[in-house]
Design a protein. Structure first.
Length: 324
């Protein structure tokens, strides 16, 4: 949607990019590759869940390659991929459909397949039209996290209802993952206080919900072009840059004491820039409904945030390993 610039304010910059053009074949290819990569990673989560009791009874037990021909493992791996892709797709469609509602030109979602612990590095859309109105900026920014949170929450509920408590695995060589507040609250409802020497093994659906919570929280940080950056700019205007600088410092502290990945995340955001493009009606009111949604976004962030997505990988622990 093209609009005439306001006198005294330069028009927003339009930068050409490979991902700015419509390439439906590429969207489809990346989507299918990400389904495949999440399915492959889901097989590991599924085998870990299916054979949790065997591993707990016999720490030396290692499922062989034949386990990945087990229909139960294959089915759970597929379920993990479907649930996770639904959450990620819902997040991006929240942005895309809101852009369409306002007549803003945007690409279809680009998914990023990757051999990570979750099988992907997420997804993104590119918005080709400048967003010049505060309410449009707010709506586009909040739509994605709102969708992913509303999809991750039932995934956690269903997944926890299918999860199991088993004797704790041997600590050495075992990865342990941090828990968002909503997982801790829901886990308390389903399992109460788990006895010492026991662990909760998440069902693959709950793992997908955990990833959805992580994606929601990471996007809600009030920085630059992140979803939270759009929401913060709609609320605070130019002062949002100061908020962003504060959170960059928070990333460094989190990286030192909780998870080193936050420092990498801060570096990437610095490369992209924390300055937000100006909008034309910075003094316009968001209204009571959007103000309430902004408060809801803060609550979603608190419930979804995971200080240490992977436990034991802060700067101190990494340096300690190098000294050995």
């Amino acid at each position: 949607m093209d609009e005439q610039p306001i006198e005294g304010m330069p028009p927003p910059e339009r930068r050409a990019s490979f991902f700015m053009k419509d390439r439906v074949w590429l969207n489809a290819l990346l989507f299918l590759l990400t389904v495949l990569s999440t399915f492959v990673v889901g097989l590991d989560w599924s085998a870990n869940y299916r054979f949790a009791e065997d591993i707990a009874r016999n720490p030396s037990f290692t499922p062989g390659p034949e386990v990945f021909r087990d229909p139960g493992v294959l089915g759970l791996g597929l379920i993990y991929a479907i649930v996770l892709m639904t959450i990620l797709l819902g997040h991006e469609l929240g942005h895309y459909l809101t852009c369409r509602r306002y007549g803003l030109s945007a690409t279809l979602p680009f998914f990023i397949p990757a051999p990570t612990l979750i099988g992907t590095m997420g997804a993104f859309i590119r918005i080709r039209s400048p967003i010049t109105r505060k309410r449009q900026l707010f709506d586009v920014g909040i739509a994605g996290p709102l969708m992913s949170f509303c999809l991750a929450l039932p995934a956690l509920v269903v997944g926890l209802s299918l999860s199991k408590v088993v004797p704790a695995f041997p600590r050495e060589g075992t990865l342990y993952f941090g828990e968002p507040l909503m997982l801790k609250l829901l886990g308390g409802l389903f399992f109460g206080r788990v006895a010492a020497g026991y662990d909760v093994i998440l069902h693959p659906v709950a793992v997908a919900g955990w990833v959805g919570a992580l994606v929601t929280a990471m996007n809600l940080f009030p920085l630059g072009q992140l979803d939270g950056g759009h929401v913060a700019y709609a609320f605070f205007g130019a002062r949002a840059k100061t908020v962003g600088r504060i959170f960059l410092a928070v990333f460094v502290v989190l990286g030192v004491f909780f998870w080193a990945g936050w420092i990498v995340w801060a570096f990437l955001i610095l490369l992209l820039g924390i300055k937000h493009p100006r909008i034309w009606d910075e003094e316009a009111s968001l209204g009571p409904l959007r103000t309430a949604l902004g408060i809801a976004a803060l609550i979603m962030f608190v419930l979804s945030f995971i200080p240490d997505p992977v436990k034991g990988y802060n700067i101190f622990s990494i340096l300690k390993e190098f000294r050995r």
